[in-house]
Design a protein around this ligand. Structure first.
Ligand code: SF4
Length: 248
């Protein structure tokens, strides 16, 4: 039987400008968008730039926009799109383009560096740290993050308002929530969550939760509780400490 073909419109260019190039690739069952991009690289445009590593949804490298939606290309089946219509592949919109599908995501690493790391309380007399299972469960979900930055890319605060100096974006609010909810951590980061990481700019549109390939409930389980913890405590150190210890 004759192999089926798919049409792709792929952005080609740099920060200075670019255009779409049309390609046709032969498809096969199970083919993902990253396979199609690799096929184009192998047979038609060896200079097509794309960042990828694992091809298994674990490394978070192949983030791009497919038909305008933030996706991991390796986890996006070609068969999910209507046959015969071109599939548009563009680089993430919130970050500067380096070349073709590759963007400069270094702003994220700068943000990460600004967060003071986990500072655990001393171990118990027997050398162990003890935690309640309920406290572990609360933050376990956040540890699934693969740092694909799709949530950062879709966030309208990061995207439209260019508040990148004063807003960390959902990925790092999740990290800050993880630290704040951690039963062993001793550092009070509440002031900086507002001042340096701009939690107040988030108005809970939940776009980030929708795109997360790890299905982390970014807003409901991370950002909203973080906002509440900051608002309720009124910077009362005793209440904050009690909350930490009681795990609430
Ligand atoms: Fe990607 Fe989800 Fe992590 Fe955001 S929270 S960087 S969408 S895996």
């Amino acid at each position: 039987s004759k192999a089926k073909a798919a049409k792709l419109r792929v952005f080609r260019g740099t920060a200075a400008g670019g255009d779409f190039q049309n390609y046709e690739v032969e498809t096969y069952p199970g083919m993902v968008v990253l396979d199609a991009i690799h096929d184009i690289q192998a047979k038609q445009s060896p200079d097509l730039a794309v960042r990828w590593n694992c091809k298994a949804g674990r490394c978070g490298s192949c983030s791009a926009e497919v038909n305008g939606k933030p996706r991991l290309m390796c986890m996006t089946r070609m068969s999910a799109y209507p046959e015969g219509e071109p599939i548009t592949v563009t680089p993430m919109r919130a970050f500067p383009i380096i070349k073709d599908l590759v963007t400069d995501v270094s702003w994220n690493f700068e943000m990460a560096k600004k967060i003071p790391p986990f500072k655990p309380r001393p171990r118990d007399a027997d050398g162990n740290w003890r935690m309640q299972q309920i406290d572990i469960d609360r933050i376990q979900e956040f540890r699934k993050c693969i740092e694909c930055f799709l949530c950062q890319n879709v966030c309208h605060v990061v995207r439209d308002h260019q508040k990148k100096e004063v807003f960390s974006g959902p990925r790092f609010l999740i990290h800050l929530a993880t630290l704040d909810m951690h039963p062993l951590d001793t550092l009070d980061r509440r002031e900086m969550v507002k001042r340096d990481f701009g939690v107040g700019f988030c108005n809970i549109t939940k776009c980030c939760t929708e795109v997360c390939p790890e299905h982390i409930t970014i807003t409901d389980n991370g950002i909203i509780p973080l906002k509440e913890r900051i608002a309720d405590d009124h910077y009362d150190p005793v209440r904050w400490l009690l909350r930490k210890v009681a795990g609430k």
